[in-house]
Design a protein around this ligand. Sequence first.
Ligand SMILES: [Zn+2]
Length: 148
Amino acid sequence: MDTRTISEKYAKIGNYLIDNVPELSHLAGAEIIYLSSTAKKKSHRKRVLGQCEKVAEKNKWAIPCDFTVTLFEPNLMALSDEQIVMVIFHELLHVGAGDDIEQGHIIPHDLEDFKLMIDKFGPHWSEWGQVSMWPELTIPAAEQGASD
Ligand SMILES: [Zn+2]
């Protein structure tokens, strides 16, 4: 069962990162909807924390944006807020936006991970909260009902 709801919390984190991280600044005009999913998504027997998808033109009447970033709540249970910020950072690196965001595409990992994540935060970026580099980022409290 995969029920997805729009997450204001993740949108605030994503917008903060886009506004403050130079490597994401090209996404300033992108229409991105952040979703919280109830699915325990797996791929190759590994838990999937997040997923970035391009919205097909024919589906935009229902999902009015260029990309969605989905976080899979059951797989995030053991993660700190700081680690969730890193997951959102990672997912935003998948958003390929050229001059025209509507022509955007999904960027695959350049290694098994993104080289940028490893260069910036080290190979264990998902294990350690690194958000001290963004002291003004306040993680919004959990939304009511979001953890049900
Ligand atoms: Zn990825």
